[in-house]
Design a protein around this ligand. Structure first.
Ligand SMILES: Nc1nc2c(ncn2[C@@H]2O[C@H](COP(=O)(O)OP(=O)(O)O)[C@@H](O)[C@H]2O)c(=O)[nH]1
Ligand SMILES: [Mg+2]
Length: 254
């Protein structure tokens, strides 16, 4: 049975996003229904992003902040945010960057697909209608190549493996056992999608245009790229282990 009005949380990790976060939250709240809430996971940003979000949260009870002691990486920020949301009873959780690369205009579609019962929804640059804007040729090749490489090695029908604008039903996250996710950056996105796929969940991709940030700096670095290239092989060899776990008592909805 389809349910309407799931309790949905948007998880936004931040590291030095003081010039983006306030406007981003305002843009998000403009397009989402009043039942949806947001959690910012800040890693003690030296620029004061965390304090700024504290002030916003003081006057908006749909904004929450999770403070971590220092920069610990995007992957563990999401794991911490997901756990926070699952403990609070949210029924679907969305991953979203703070730098406007994930345009809030896509949120209504993401929400509607989650409301209809999707196990996983991927805002995808590599399906018809999707793409990137203002990226140099280097990052374009890296991103598209990274997805093709993952798809080829892992044999999963996912077009945008590395993208970070995704929505998950809580059952998918519970089934994947997020506590055991140890990857950072791009490999986190690849691992989560691959493990959801291996657990039998259908992941739906819909097109998004990803625009490079206009303000602030990317935290992506060579280490994160190399980690991803290597870890894809580790995931491949762990496939039977990921699959083997006790199946949950529920049936995937889509
Ligand atoms: N909490 C937290 N957020 C991070 C960390 N690294 C990146 N982010 C956030 O994750 C999002 C994506 O990072 P970004 O540097 O824009 O990556 P890019 O889009 O691949 O260049 C942004 O909102 C960042 O502020 C981290 O170590 N901890
Ligand atoms: Mg970015």
């Amino acid at each position: 049975m389809k349910r309407l009005h799931l309790k949905i949380l948007i998880v936004i990790p931040t590291y030095n996003e003081i010039e983006n976060i306030e406007l981003l939250l305002a843009s998000v709240f403009k397009v989402i229904p009043s039942s949806v809430e947001a959690l910012v996971v800040d890693d003690a940003s030296p620029d004061g992003t965390g304090k700024k979000v504290d002030a916003i949260a003081d006057s908006n009870d749909r904004v929450h902040v999770l403070h971590r002691a220092g920069k610990q990486g995007l992957g563990t920020a999401y794991v911490a945010g997901f756990k926070w949301g699952l403990e609070k009873g949210f029924e679907a959780l969305i991953e979203m960057d703070a730098d406007f690369s994930h345009d809030p205009v896509y949120l209504p579609e993401m929400l509607s697909r989650l409301e209809k019962g999707a196990a996983g929804v991927i805002g995808s640059r590599y399906v018809a209608g999707g793409g990137t804007k203002n990226w140099g040729i280097g990052r374009k090749i890296l991103s598209r190549g990274g997805s093709l490489y993952s798809r080829w090695i892992l044999g999963a029908p996912i077009r945008d493996f590395t993208g970070g604008f995704n929505g998950w039903n809580r059952k998918t996250l519970e089934s994947v056992d997020i506590d055991s996710l140890r990857s950072d950056g791009y490999s986190f996105q690849i691992e989560l999608k691959y493990r959801a796929f291996l657990r039998g969940f259908k992941l739906i991709e819909f097109p998004i245009i990803f625009e490079d940030r206009k303000i602030g700096h990317s935290k992506m670095n060579r280490r994160i790229v190399i980690e991803a290239l290597q870890r894809v092989w580790t995931f491949r060899f762990q496939a039977s282990e990921f699959r083997r776990k006790e199946l949950p008592s529920f049936t995937p909805t889509t």
